[in-house]
Write a protein that binds this ligand. Sequence first.
Ligand code: AVI
Length: 306
Amino acid sequence: MTVTSSIAADVRAGLTASRKALPCHLLYDQEGSRLFEAITELPEYYLTRTELAILEEHAGDIAVAAGGARTVAELGAGTAVKTRTILDAVAPELYVPIDVSASALEVASAQLARPGLEVRPLVGRYQELLPELRALPGPRLLLFIGSSIGNYDPPAAVELLAAARRCLVAGDSLLLGADLRKSEDVLLPAYDDAAGVTARFTRNLLVRLNRELGARFDLDGFRHLAIWNPERSRMEIYLESLRDQEVAIPALGLVVRFARGERLHTENSYKLPLAAQLRFLRDAGFTPAALWRDRREHYAVHLARV
Ligand code: AVI
């Protein structure tokens, strides 16, 4: 199956549903990945710098808790600075970044390679590649940082953690970084920054559909909308149609109608309280063993054992 045809299936399903929604992985084409990197440096986006500060402060404790891991594997291609902090402290012989994006893996591998450390990237979907962990030298430390877990709905998040757990054995551990529930005053600007970078990131999805499917979205016809949903403890991101409009998508043979004010759901970002995060780990079969947070308790890094 080509990349375009897999996008086509997702887009057709998402835009013909009664509540229009697209899977958030579609946000990450080359430009989307670049814009996300820019988001991580925004003053309002506290997640990345808060997690990095926790990792830097506690890298030694993390290494001890990880029990002399010989392999560090990572879901997502690690950004050099965060992953290097862990690799320096743990000093494994093997680093295995896992990502769907071959180009992200190339960058991560080039940035993190050093004498004495073999870097062995795995390109593909997490669920398909996790079983390969079993063949890697143990003990293993699996990194799932950056609060990417927050972009999964709770059942899918627990299922992904459980799938990881099934591929690990006694002595292995998981390092999970996850954003915590907090005041709307902090959350809303983090997902709707003053410089408009997050809005560009969301709207880039339409640019991608125009380019890859010949869709005719008018970018000025939609606005980025970030809402806090307290019942579900998540930020919800939408593109909201600013008028009644019809959008042709020739590659799908579709014309999609949007009413004024109608929303296209592009992303959720869960901000769960600590107790819920711990429950997820336990439900997935892990034993939470250590926890580090920043002073403001905005963000949690968990070390969980098998
Ligand atoms: C990748 N992920 C953890 C980001 C988040 O915070 O949920 C994606 C993001 N979307 C808008 N800003 C950041």
